[in-house]
Design a protein around this ligand. Structure first.
Ligand code: AMP
Length: 189
């Protein structure tokens, strides 16, 4: 089975590209952001806790996220492959993912980083906010999320490079071109 981490800043196109990859490969898709938004919609305890962080553009604590991820993974797998979208976002999460997969006899096959210049991210997220209905797609929260990405999430690029699993992909231009570049790596992973 393949475990693909799709990685990048908010607005880098992880969700869009994940959908295309799911269509092509039939992999399962775990978007931790989508999981949290569903919990918020259902007004669960987890949803209430998550909302406070999401509205401030902050990350949900690692211990909580790691539990959610493991539960979601076990609900979907065994399967032919998984796309991890929005997880891991911190080094402890990457370590936990490595351990969780090892316990299940598998590992991350590749980490694909969608690279997009920061001013383009801002523009994309502001535009998305006009139709997404996402409370965190507003200028102030976007700036916070980009800051959190640079501080807490971007260090994972070096972490996965050390694991020999990092691949940088140009994340702008025609969608099909971006998708083809991702597929090329996945096919060899
Ligand atoms: P996303 O849809 O991936 O942009 O996630 C939206 C928000 O959900 C983020 O800004 C975080 O507040 C929270 N979130 C999603 N995934 C994670 C994660 N792996 N760790 C911590 N917080 C997360």
């Amino acid at each position: 089975m393949k475990n693909i981490v799709i990685f990048g800043a908010p607005g880098s196109g992880k969700g869009t590209q994940s959908d295309l990859l799911v269509q092509k490969y039939g992999f399962k898709h775990i978007s931790t952001g989508d999981v949290l938004r569903a919990e918020i919609k259902q007004a669960t305890e987890l949803g209430k806790t998550a909302q406070a962080y999401i509205d401030k553009g902050q990350l949900i604590p690692d211990s909580l996220m790691i539990d959610i991820l493991a539960q979601k993974y076990d609900a979907l797998c065994p399967c032919s492959g998984v796309i991890f979208d929005g997880f891991p976002r911190t080094i402890p999460q990457a370590e936990a993912l490595k351990q969780m997969l090892a316990e299940r006899g598998t590992e991350v096959s590749a980490m694909l980083e969608l690279r997009v210049p920061e001013e383009m991210l801002m523009e994309r997220l502001i535009n998305r906010g006009k139709t997404s209905g996402r409370a965190d797609d507003n200028a102030e929260t976007i700036a916070k999320r980009l800051h959190v990405y640079n501080q807490q999430t971007a260090p994972l690029i070096d972490w996965y490079t050390a694991e020999g699993k990092h691949h940088a992909i140009k994340g702008y231009g025609p969608l099909e071109e971006i998708n083809a570049a991702l597929c090329e790596v996945i096919d060899q992973a």
